[in-house]
Design a protein around this ligand. Structure first.
Ligand SMILES: [Zn+2]
Ligand SMILES: [Zn+2]
Length: 133
């Protein structure tokens, strides 16, 4: 069975489609992800060759570190993608997808950096103080 998932930013200028199974959600609680999203970054992932992006001229990339880029819509500001330099995979914000997404929570990372204004939910996902390696 072909697994097609679609999604788009808040204004619709950037849309995308993925083909194939998606990774369970990684929630990143680092300060960069909290600043960008207001809470924490919740993203699935797929290999870049299984992702088709439309409206790429509206997609901007911001580098919060020298290791990765964060893709967002330059019109509405929706955070959409995260990609480590040279990586085959690309992370896609879970909230940007049309429902149903069909994957659950996988891991919480950078839990040691979480904000003091929320608790990490008891969702059964594994927790790591830093990255998940
Ligand atoms: Zn947009
Ligand atoms: Zn992060």
């Amino acid at each position: 069975m072909q697994q097609i998932h679609t999604g788009h930013c808040l204004c619709g200028a950037v849309s995308f489609e993925t083909e194939g199974p998606l990774r369970p959600i990684t929630a990143c609680h680092c300060s960069q992800c909290r600043r960008q999203t207001g809470l924490y970054y919740a993203a699935t992932s797929t290999s870049a060759d299984r992702l088709t992006i439309r409206g790429e001229e509206k997609l901007s990339w911001y580098r919060a570190s020298d290791a990765a880029g964060r893709g967002f819509c330059s019109t509405c500001g929706s955070a959409l993608f995260w990609r480590a330099d040279g990586a085959e995979s690309i992370s896609i914000l879970a909230g940007a997808f049309d429902q149903p997404l069909g994957v659950g929570m996988g891991v919480h990372i950078y839990c040691a950096d979480k904000g003091d204004y929320y608790e990490i939910p008891e969702d059964g996902a594994r927790r790591y103080p830093g990255d998940d390696s």
